[in-house]
Design a binder for this molecule. Structure first.
Ligand code: GBH
Length: 491
């Protein structure tokens, strides 16, 4: 019997969906072409350029608006099952409202979708990846409850135009980044910095907007179109620094503040905001002299409307932090989300560091995050809709750190699958280098390098592209695989 010599290779199931992700403002360019309206990133980068570290913007970006064929060719080179991209609201509805539909915008996305489908590449489409029409921002954006109706109108135009071919919909990309970074601090447009108030208002209105689009799809489109509609939330792993009860509770508070605020109303059995966090904010608000809690309440009707409103849980996962009740405390504005929870965070120096200060390789963090979510929310269908690693422009094509990171992610996903988590797919961030928000073009996440100095925005595969392609082909991790050359072909 040779049982002892049989090598057990861990493999992904054949129907596991592998792909790459991008977002409209970060790649499309053509910011004012063919009738596109202005969005909050156009507005902010044009009127307040110094907020971007290299004073750049997405006016041209990777120029994907003019590169549909090349973009799909890269997907074919990699052998992707799926490609996740986002729609630019103001390219489709220039005023933000559904009074006027821009046919040129519809045509661009039709061409992209049809080109992908020619080669059996499945579209996974995000309706909103941070680029709100500027006029809607002037009316309050996500601080105005009417955003739910405006978003529903937009979603209807989207489902009507693309739903015959798109079967996987994501309403919002990363509510935390929209609400906390955009409204509760100053690291995303519209940099409102309404600390301690903006985050919670936005959170409530956003999850209701999500639910409106979800029920619109469910009630009016699903029967004929047969797709699924979910939301993507950024879920990094926040574990306790020590195994003390205090640290465990501190980590739980941080999880509630980071993603529970958006996940709990939609995916929990009870609905509504996370309890411990809500209690904290109410208590602090009273101490601070507010006549009401800075965290708004849901009516029973709203709670029941939002609860259960998702066919799957999209997770953007990048990294982890260790959380302490007493150590590694930082200063935060008062009031603010982080002051409300008042916990410390720590990153062990031995974790591999990327070009982005916030991004390290946190061991087995996909497994930690997803098994936790699966336990908490009764094991819904999960897709990892982003996961990726940054380098600086000087790294060029030899991106060995990214390869180590992706291999670690694959190991952690295999652990996750073996634990019985209902994980169905995985998208890397990103197919190609792109405009990294406030960091401009100084931190790059692409499997393909983009030459931002060439008018053609030439795309060239990095070493990691070849390794990812091999992992997709074999559905496993071969640590000995080394690309012989960096010449890419379509197989
Ligand atoms: C994703 O967010 C986004 O969906 C995607 O658009 C983006 O390009 C990608 O990450 C890479 O960053 O600057 O220290 O204030 C991931 C979650 C949260 C990660 C905000 C970066 C910036 C923190 N992001 N964080 S900081």
């Amino acid at each position: 019997c040779h049982a002892a010599t049989v090598k057990h290779e861990r493999r992904f199931p054949d129907d596991f969906i592998f792909g790459c992700a991008t977002a409209a403002y970060q790649i499309e360019g053509a910011w004012n072409e063919d009738g596109k309206g202005e969005n909050i990133w156009d507005y902010m980068t044009h009127n307040n350029p110094t907020v971007i570290v290299d004073q750049s913007n997405g006016d041209v970006a990777a120029d994907s608006y003019h590169n549909v064929e090349r973009d799909v060719e890269m997907m074919r080179e990699l052998g992707l099952d799926a490609y996740r991209f986002s729609l630019s609201w103001s390219r489709i509805l220039p005023t933000g409202f559904a009074n006027e539909v821009n046919q040129a915008g519809i045509n661009y996305y039709n061409n992209l979708i049809n080109e992908m489908l020619k080669y059996n590449i499945q579209p996974l489409v995000t309706l909103y990846h941070w680029d709100l029409p500027q006029r809607l921002q002037e009316l309050g954006g996500f601080a105005n409850p009417l955003i739910a109706d405006w978003f529903e109108d937009y979603a209807r135009v989207v489902f009507e135009n693309f739903g015959d071919r798109v079967k996987l919909w994501i309403t919002f990309n990363e509510p935390r980044e929209i609400c906390y970074e955009g409204y509760g601090s100053n690291t995303k447009a519209p940099i409102l910095n309404a600390t301690g108030v903006g985050t919670y208002l936005c959170a409530k209105h956003l999850v209701i907007a999500h639910a409106k689009a979800y029920y619109l799809y469910n009630n009016e489109f699903k029967a004929s179109q047969g797709g699924e509609c979910g939301i993507t939330i950024s879920v990094n792993w926040f574990g306790p620094l020590t195994d003390s009860e205090e640290d465990e509770f501190a980590a739980e508070l941080r999880r509630q503040a980071e993603w529970g605020l958006y996940a709990e109303p939609i995916f929990s059995a009870e609905g509504g905001f996370p309890k411990e966090l809500a209690a904290r904010v109410a208590e602090k608000s009273a101490q601070q002299g507010y006549p009401w809690s800075r965290m708004p309440e849901f009516t029973e009707e709203e709670k029941n409307f939002v609860r259960g409103a998702s066919d799957f849980f999209g997770v953007n996962h990048y990294t982890g932090l260790l959380i302490s009740a007493t150590e590694h405390m930082q200063q935060h504005p008062v009031p603010s989300l982080l002051d409300d929870i008042g916990v410390g965070s720590y990153v062990p120096p031995e974790w591999l560091q990327s070009a982005s200060p916030w991004l390290t390789l946190s061991p087995n963090s996909i497994y930690n995050a997803l098994t936790h979510l699966a336990r908490k929310y009764n094991n819904p269908v999960f897709y990892i809709t982003e996961n990726g690693w940054s380098n600086t422009p000087s790294t060029g094509l030899q991106d060995d750190d990214r390869i180590s990171y992706y291999r670690a992610s694959f190991e952690s996903m295999l652990n996750t699958l073996e634990a019985g988590v209902n994980l169905k797919g995985y998208m890397t961030w990103s197919l190609m280098d792109n405009f990294e928000w406030l960091l401009g073009y100084t931190e790059l996440f692409g499997l393909y390098e983009v030459d931002f100095n060439s008018p053609e925005r030439t795309r060239t595969p990095r070493k990691s592209a070849f390794v990812y392609k091999e992992m997709l082909r074999t559905r496993t991790i071969d640590y000995s695989y080394e690309p012989q050359s960096l010449v890419m072909t379509i197989d």
